[in-house]
Design a protein around this ligand. Structure first.
Ligand SMILES: *Cc1c(COP(=O)(O)O)cnc(C)c1O
Length: 824
């Protein structure tokens, strides 16, 4: 695509030039980081023309645009992905080789843009890739956190968090857009006035604090289509309009305060996944980026349109979870107070513009702001929320006369809290879950009352992932092999990967497939040797669980099972056992005690098992430090087994499961989230399913939980494993080290229910499924067929499919084709 303009010699010259102007160096004197910067600027140079052309074409076509609002964008690295989507990766690799530069080494110089926690943030990143590739006008809107997701170090087996100073060396792909800065106001009070001319109500915010929001734009390159969309992330800056005179009048302190407020707002990403902390600063972050994005959106609309009442014809706002829900009252405020619409007209526009994606049913993740905090920080917004709530409650009472229970359950304002999910559902024209099972649970359990009142809003959009990053870039050997067999159509139409199916029946191709898996395992083994100093055998089964550390994801079940296997091998050294490498990667929220204890447990078991020569290396355990998008790409490519073992009903979708499947790793999992649909696609004989169903789990929960004590006393092997948490086996004799984990299972101290995540309940079923994995792996013919079928059946799980569904059912966008941008 870019080959016409991607001219090798010119590119090499630009790289050399950049090194010279940026660093006053010759290319052979430059550090790898300097070369990364120079190469990235050269790449941005090429992108810019298409970026301009795309935006001009969108304006010319007056195309409807989706604004994807998200507190998180887990982008990972940009350079390799941009080259892939420019279809210039191989040419650039060659060009650099001619200069004795290894592109892979240069790529490793780029810090991950880790502006997200886990699945939710990565979904937003995959969606941007798909939107651009499918020719849809889109903005991602978020925050330019000064520090993204913390870097994880493992010290003495414990997680230690260090700041992620990702902007330290400068971000070559971003563009600062000072001219689009917006003022954001917090606090103060609202004075009400009648406009003497129009007679309309006017609301004036006084004694507020304010900051400037400055946008930074990052290009989102579509695959081979010249489309370049924009990720717009906002930085905060103090308003510096005070004069020297006012210094003398004592405004200096005020100026410094504003400076501090600005620094604080965008300082750091809250490192919680599926958990809500209720901090004032977090609400400030939400309002900050939402108000800035909406002001910019309206300003852009008004450049070419004069009827603000038709805003919804040209824009749609998708709210990624409840985090951006303050968009609802903020859009109302802008339409009423700034644009002069009546309440009814503003409500009409708002409810035709906003749509909401629900990401979880777990109560600890649902945002509920204390009213006093909310109203103090956002006084005008709070007035509007009160009015939305008042009108909604009126409607409920009309529809369900005398049913105050309904009002109590459904209102936005209740028990001194602002319930953000309720506001999102009430104002959104669409409410979607992220996998079939999750959407059904929403409709019939969690959001039952809302579903009964407004069934037409509810719909499912099963998540997806981009094959450009997680196969084409992350697994080049497999990508090339697939293209050799079926052509490269799968890159932009993953349903075509089904054309691999006929080859599954031919042993020759299955062998080639497994040979590639082996090479990827060698690549990962090298990474493990470098980072962990552990030798792992690429012929062993690579059994991988990588995802955020959370009790519902049940890393504890995995490690307890490894402890159980180790006991067995020790007791029956003659027992047949296929060598396994258990690989973990997970960050724990800094304040999440049980999660951190689980990391320590995994590392302690690893220490004991990896160094026990009597088991002949049958089990190795590896904890990958600082799990993130860049090393994730290596892990998916090398995995034999995909551990997706969440307590059924708790994982809304999962997307890691899809990345493993795409790369040919069968799922070992529960019938939860998108695992259900994975099994539907690949067949249950090509997965290893175990454990309670979501119905069974929900049933137990509605009846006060279950009692793990019977299991504990009747299964002595399992009891022994649980007791080993307390007897010092994995803690050098310290009996306290894992007491939180022990208590969480048996509830000897804690006030919450025992074994809330059904670990003991599912243990035997899991152990038995693991036996089936071993059996299947021993049969090379069978395993290679299963693995390859997983890849061949993964077509549904591309985020391209997900985006087409959003477009068709919710966003109603038109594709815009962009002519190649001409350099001027
Ligand atoms: C895909 C991905 C996730 C989400 O994984 P799940 O297993 O779905 O929780 C989290 N982190 C990173 C870096 C990812 O790439």
């Amino acid at each position: 695509m870019y080959s016409k303009r991607f001219e090798k010699e010119a590119f090499k010259a630009t790289v050399k030039d950049n090194v010279k102007t940026l660093y006053r160096k010759k290319i052979d004197e430059a550090t790898p980081q300097q070369i990364f910067q120079a190469v990235s600027y050269a790449v941005k140079d090429i992108i810019i023309d298409d970026w301009l052309a795309t935006q001009a074409e969108y304006r010319k076509k007056d195309a409807k645009t989706v604004y994807y609002m998200s507190m998180e964008f887990l982008m990972g690295r940009a350079l390799g992905n941009n080259l892939i989507n420019m279809t210039a990766y191989k040419e650039v690799k060659e060009a650099l080789e001619e200069m004795n530069i290894d592109l892979n080494v240069i790529e490793d110089e780029e810090p991950d843009a880790a502006l997200g926690n886990g699945g939710l943030g990565r979904l937003a990143a995959c969606f941007l890739d798909s939107l651009a590739t499918l020719n849809y006008p889109a903005y991602g809107c978020g925050i330019r956190y000064r520090y993204g997701m913390f870097k994880q170090k493992i010290e003495n087996g414990y997680q230690v968090e260090t700041p992620d100073d990702w902007l330290k060396e400068g971000n070559p792909f971003e563009l600062r857009r000072e001219e689009y800065a917006k003022e954001i106001r917090f606090g103060g009070s609202i004075r009400f006035e009648k406009d003497p001319v129009t007679g309309k109500d006017k609301f004036i915010q006084e004694n507020y604090e304010s900051v400037m929001a400055i946008p930074y734009d990052m290009p989102i390159v579509g695959y081979g289509n010249h489309v370049v969309n924009t990720l717009r992330i906002w930085d905060a800056q103090a308003i510096t309009n005070f004069s020297l005179e006012s210094f003398d009048r004592g405004d200096y302190h005020k100026a410094v305060e504003q400076e501090n407020l600005a620094k604080m707002i965008v300082d750091v990403l809250y490192p919680n996944d599926n958990h809500y902390a209720g901090k004032e600063l977090r609400l400030k972050q939400q309002y900050f980026f939402i108000s800035a994005s909406l002001q910019a959106m309206i300003e852009k609309y008004k450049k070419d349109h004069d009827d603000i009442k038709k805003l919804y014809e040209k824009v749609t706002i998708q709210m990624n979870d409840t985090h951006p829900t303050v968009a609802v009252p903020e859009l109302m405020r802008l339409l009423i107070d700034q644009e002069g619409l009546s309440w009814e007209d503003a409500w009409d526009v708002t409810t035709k513009t906003c749509a909401y994606t629900n990401h979880t049913i777990m109560s600890e993740a649902l945002e509920k702001w204390p009213i006093d905090l909310f109203s103090k920080l956002l006084p005008r917004i709070y007035q509007i929320v009160q009015e939305i709530d008042r009108r909604f409650v009126e409607q409920v009472r009309k529809q369900y006369p005398g049913n105050e229970e309904k009002v109590r359950k459904m209102a936005i304002l209740r028990d001194n809290q602002v319930r953000m999910a309720h506001m999102a559902i009430i104002a959104g024209f669409s409410v979607n879950g992220v996998a079939q099972l999750h959407t059904e649970i929403l409709k019939h359990q969690e959001l039952k009352d809302f579903y009964e009142m407004m069934p037409e809003k509810f719909n499912n959009k099963t998540n997806g992932i981009t094959q450009r990053r997680f196969l084409l870039h992350g697994n080049p050997l497999l990508a090339d092999w697939i293209t050799g067999l079926i052509g490269d159509g799968w890159i932009t139409d993953l349903s075509k990967i089904a054309n691999l199916k006929p080859y599954v029946n031919d042993e020759k191709f299955r062998k080639e497939f497994m040979q590639i898996k082996y090479q990827n395992k060698v690549r990962l083994a090298k990474y493990i040797k470098e980072h962990n100093g552990i030798d792992v055998d690429p012929r062993s089964i690579f059994d991988v669980q990588v995802k955020r550390l959370h009790e519902y994801k049940r890393q504890l079940l995995n490690i307890l099972h490894i402890m159980y296997l180790y006991n067995q091998i020790k007791e029956h050294p003659e027992m047949s056992f296929y060598p396994r490498t258990f690989i973990f990667g997970a960050k724990a929220a800094a304040g999440y005690l049980r999660a951190k204890e689980t990391i320590k447990l995994i590392n302690s078991v690893a220490d004991v098992v990896n160094n026990d020569r009597s088991i002949n290396g049958k089990i190795k355990i590896v904890f990958i430090e600082d799990y993130r998008v860049s090393n994730a790409e290596l892990l998916f490519a090398a995995a034999d087994v995909s551990e997706q073992i969440s307590t059924a009903s708790k994982e809304a979708s999962g997307t890691g499961n899809m990345k493993f499947m795409l790369n040919g790793a069968p799922t070992l999992g529960t019938m939860d989230g998108a695992n259900v649909e994975i099994v539907e696609e690949v067949g249950k004989e090509n997965a290893f399913i175990f454990g309670l169903s979501s119905e069974e789990v929900i049933n137990y929960e509605n009846n006060g939980g279950y009692n793990p004590i019977d299991i504990y006393f009747n299964d002595w092997e399992l009891k022994r494993v649980v007791d080993q948490l307390m007897d010092g086996t994995y803690s050098n004799g310290n009996h306290e080290m894992y007491k939180n984990l022990y208590n969480s299972l048996l509830n000897t101290q804690s006030t919450s229910r025992a074994d809330m995540y059904f670990i003991l309940k599912d243990f035997r079923s899991y152990a038995e499924a693991q036996k089936r994995v071993e059996e299947a792996y021993r049969d090379e013919q069978r395993w290679s067929r299963m693995a390859m079928l997983n890849t061949a059946c993964s077509g549904k799980f591309t985020s391209d499919r997900t985006i087409e569904e959003y477009v068709e059912d919710i966003w109603k966008l038109e594709k815009v084709y962009v002519p190649s941008g001409q350099p001027e």
